[in-house]
Design a protein around this ligand. Structure first.
Ligand code: SF4
Length: 96
């Protein structure tokens, strides 16, 4: 059994899309164009949030997930970590 829910995949807007759009193999502008096309599909996906959470929870380092690029997810992961650190510091300061 998978540790995360994956039933949302059945409602994915990308089910019939070209997988290469979501995992571009081309470098440079060609790859960026493919990723942009994938993100436009994600814009209309009803399970975008679930998809992104899955990618974040599983540290997906490649491809477009939930409309985000790997770089977007790295930034989001850092922001989440910063928020957690600030919250812990805040809690410690409150407890002192
Ligand atoms: S958000 Fe994008 S990658 Fe995720 S399931 Fe939807 S269409 Fe596919």
């Amino acid at each position: 059994m998978l540790p995360y829910r994956t039933d949302w995949i059945e409602a994915a807007a990308c089910l019939d899309a070209d997988p290469e759009l979501f995992f571009p193999v081309a470098a440079g502008e060609a790859g960026e164009r493919q990723a942009s096309r994938a993100q436009r599909i994600c814009d209309h996906c009803q399970v975008r949030r679930e998809c992104l959470e899955y990618a974040m929870s599983n540290s997906q380092m490649h491809g477009i997930w939930g409309g985000t690029t790997p770089e977007d997810r790295i930034r989001a992961r850092r922001q989440r970590a910063d928020r957690r650190r600030r919250a812990r510091r805040h809690e410690k300061a409150g407890a002192a």
